[in-house]
Design a protein around this ligand. Structure first.
Ligand SMILES: [Zn+2]
Length: 254
């Protein structure tokens, strides 16, 4: 083929590709300004534009929208298509399986925005730590949120020393949090809501610490400032998320 014909073909192909990209994903293939939030996380530039702290602010304001009844109207099937080629999530959320605490909804996030690790009582084990390492080290998620919730059935089970099949072993991972709440002479069973919620808070803080202690990969990333690991509590009565701490040093005081 003549060189000039080749160059025309090349020019046409470039124009066609540019138009195709513009039609599918108008903003995200371009550079994203630092701090600017992408509507859908469908490019590495969307991750690169956000620091762990900014992501936390994004999740905070998402929860504020949720509690005020102003959650974002999302076109999920459009987000499915926009994220089909790759994922660039911002965060991982370790939360309970409780049907009333779905992370995407309570933080008002969409498809492709976050990883979910859900297990009764939001504890971590080898498999969940491996999942978090994959999410942060391989896929670039910069924030890990350990999200407990009030009136948690798993916490209540641990308080009452419940036994049931495989659940017994799971609850044994929550028991150190039960023991860590000082005895003030009051009822330490599931009948005492205040006690249950104190154990839930202690359990979140201990899970945050367990991530640091049991995952050198994530600990190193946190020390370098590449990720943040934070604890939070979801109130099933109000929909509000209370954040415990952003600072590793403070979170260590359990
Ligand atoms: Zn629960």
């Amino acid at each position: 083929m003549e060189a000039w014909i080749k160059s025309i073909f090349f020019a046409v192909a470039v124009v066609a590709a540019t138009i195709a990209v513009a039609a599918d994903k108008p903003a995200t293939k371009q550079a994203v300004k630092p701090g600017a939030a992408c509507e859908t996380q469908n490019a590495k530039s969307c991750q690169d534009a956000m620091t762990p702290k900014m992501i936390m602010e994004r999740f905070k304001s998402g929860n504020e929208r949720f509690t005020s009844g102003k959650s974002t109207q999302r076109n999920y099937i459009q987000q499915v298509k926009a994220t089909a080629a790759g994922q660039f999530p911002l965060a991982s959320v370790v939360s309970c399986i409780d049907s009333r605490a779905p992370a995407e909804i309570v933080f008002d996030q969409g498809i492709g925005d976050l990883f979910n690790a859900r297990v009764a009582g939001n504890i971590v084990n080898e498999d969940i730590l491996g999942s978090l390492e994959f999410a942060s080290r391989i896929e670039g998620a910069k924030l890990i949120i350990v999200l407990g919730h009030t009136s948690c059935g798993a916490i209540k089970g641990a308080c009452d020393d419940a036994k049931l099949g495989n659940l017994t072993a799971l609850l044994s991972k929550i028991k150190p949090a039960v023991a860590a709440v000082p005895n003030d002479g009051k009822d330490r069973s599931s009948k005492n809501d205040a006690f249950v919620n104190m154990v839930a808070e202690r359990n979140v803080r201990m899970t945050v610490q367990a991530i640091r202690d049991k995952s050198p990969v994530l600990k190193e990333m946190e020390q370098k400032g590449e990720i943040m690991i934070v604890g939070a509590m979801y109130d099933i009565k109000t929909g509000k998320v209370a954040w415990y701490s952003e600072a590793p040093a403070a979170a260590k005081k359990i």
